[in-house]
Design a protein around this ligand. Structure first.
Ligand code: HEM
Length: 431
């Protein structure tokens, strides 16, 4: 594809769609952590949805059915739920993003259906493919296509000039899309519009849900011909995801063009924005601590520690949702069959019983499992890729932007919102 697809708005819209997602999930506070701390102590399994309290749409009741919802704040309870998908199912997620993404929405599938689709996809993420993507695609794309063009001005907005774009380019390359910036950014804008569909305000929701359905359809209509063209050309390069899925079909996995299109379409909202925000949050946490940033610049063995700790401290997916398949007790509270649970990952990740001084950012703390990529059966399939992207991006910034610091001409960046937290801008200067 060499031109912007028909009916496509200019690529600059991606930034607007990104801002719209931030707006939807911003809620009534920019610092929910003191309340989480209090809830862990006083009411760790709360009846009600804390996201409703914050005015943020919740996957626990996206369709506003008035379903009974509980919120869990402690690590132990969140982990116990994620480790028991038989008792705590994910099917309710179909009411949210699943409504747009249909039956390929992996996070919303349970049991055998989930296992079969996950196994198909997992086969693409072999250590060999991951290593190959990291060395031959992620690193060069990040450095050559995104960092180098920013260097001459000695200043940039690390969110809007960099972090918003490189994960989109990486994931589309990994999938095997033609490298056409306008189309890729439009597809990414549509993927963001799907995420911005659910809203608390019913008037806004009517409009945004319509836009989300349209975006899902537009994505489908533009991805499917790409899949069909690849099939017609014999599948092509198997080391990309479309090629891998076409090959899996040839080996008997029963994946027609419709199914492959739906799988690819499901991955787009999952893969890009999460990385954008995770990287941006890490940069704010490090720029707030210039001595630590200098230390990491000198000793790159600290890069993985900085990544892990920033993911713990500021998880982008700050809440997950599950539904009780039977009457069950959590932390001494009875949860009736059918009730939903909002799992406060952002709280669990700072639970002092597991992470000493959990509200402190400390890259030297002992590594323990965190909930930022979920846990158990639905653990993020792109965990390693997300981390590889963060690693490549942090090293690229450290290698090419000496003396990186906040731009004094702008207000200091802040991590905002309740869910999908992140800075809106990140203006920096360098020597
Ligand atoms: C730092 C970046 C990322 C973060 C923070 C993140 C976070 C998450 C979380 C929290 C879940 C669990 C959802 C649940 O249990 O309900 C998840 C699932 C998933 N993620 Fe990611 N993700 C990231 C990057 C990626 C990338 C790059 C890809 C694709 C290459 C990806 C693909 C998926 C898929 C397919 C699932 C569904 C797994 C399943 O249900 O079995 N993610 N992610």
């Amino acid at each position: 594809m060499n031109s912007t697809p028909e009916g496509v708005a200019p690529a600059a819209d991606m930034a607007n769609d990104f801002a719209a997602v931030s707006d939807v999930f911003s809620g009534t506070t920019n610092d929910p952590y003191p309340l989480y701390r209090e809830m862990r102590e006083k009411n760790p399994v709360m009846e009600g949805d804390i996201l409703a309290f914050f005015g943020v749409p919740s996957q626990a009741d996206y369709a506003n059915k008035g379903r009974q919802v509980f919120t869990t704040f402690r690590y132990e309870d969140c982990m116990a739920i994620l480790k028991d998908p038989g008792t705590f199912s994910s099917g309710l997620l179909m009411e949210g993003l699943g409504a747009f993404l249909e039956d390929a929405m992996l996070t919303a599938l349970d049991g055998e259906k989930h296992r079969v689709l996950r196994n198909v996809l997992q086969g693409a993420f072999t250590p060999r493919n991951l290593k190959n993507w990291h060395e031959n695609m992620i690193r060069p794309v990040v450095v050559d296509e995104f960092i180098k063009p920013l260097l001459s001005q000695k200043k940039c907005d690390l969110v809007n000039d960099f972090a918003l774009h490189f994960p989109v380019r990486v994931i589309y390359e990994m999938m095997g899309f033609p490298n056409d910036k306008a189309s890729i950014e439009q597809f990414a804008g549509w993927a963001l519009r799907i995420l911005a569909g659910p809203q608390k305000d019913p008037v806004k929701a009517e409009q945004s849900m319509r836009a989300a359905f349209q975006a899902a359809q537009d994505l489908y209509d533009h991805v499917r011909p790409i899949v069909a063209a690849r099939r017609a050309a014999g599948g092509g390069n198997q080391s990309d995801l479309i090629g891998y899925l076409l090959n899996a079909d040839a080996q008997g996995a029963d994946l027609d063009d419709h199914k492959i299109t739906n799988i690819i379409r499901m991955l787009l909202p999952a893969a890009a924005e999460t990385t954008t925000r995770s990287f941006s949050n890490m940069m704010v946490l490090l720029l707030d601590r210039p001595e630590l940033l200098a230390q990491i610049r000198e000793d790159r063995s600290l890069v993985p520690k900085a990544i892990n700790e920033s993911l713990r401290y500021e998880p982008v997916s700050a809440f997950l949702a599950r539904q009780a398949e039977k009457d069950v007790e959590i932390g001494g509270v009875q949860i009736p069959k059918g009730a939903a649970i909002s799992l406060a990952n952002g709280s669990a990740n700072r639970d002092e019983t597991v992470f000493a001084n959990g509200d402190e950012f400390d890259i030297f703390r002992p590594v323990k499992p965190i909930l930022s990529f979920g846990f158990g059966a639905h653990t993020c399939l792109g965990l390693t890729i997300g981390k590889m992207e963060m690693e490549s991006a942090l090293n690229a910034v450290l290698d090419h932007m000496p003396n990186l610091r906040y731009d004094p001409d702008y207000p200091k960046a802040e991590i905002l919102g309740v869910m999908m937290r992140g800075p809106r801008n990140l203006h920096v200067v360098f020597d």
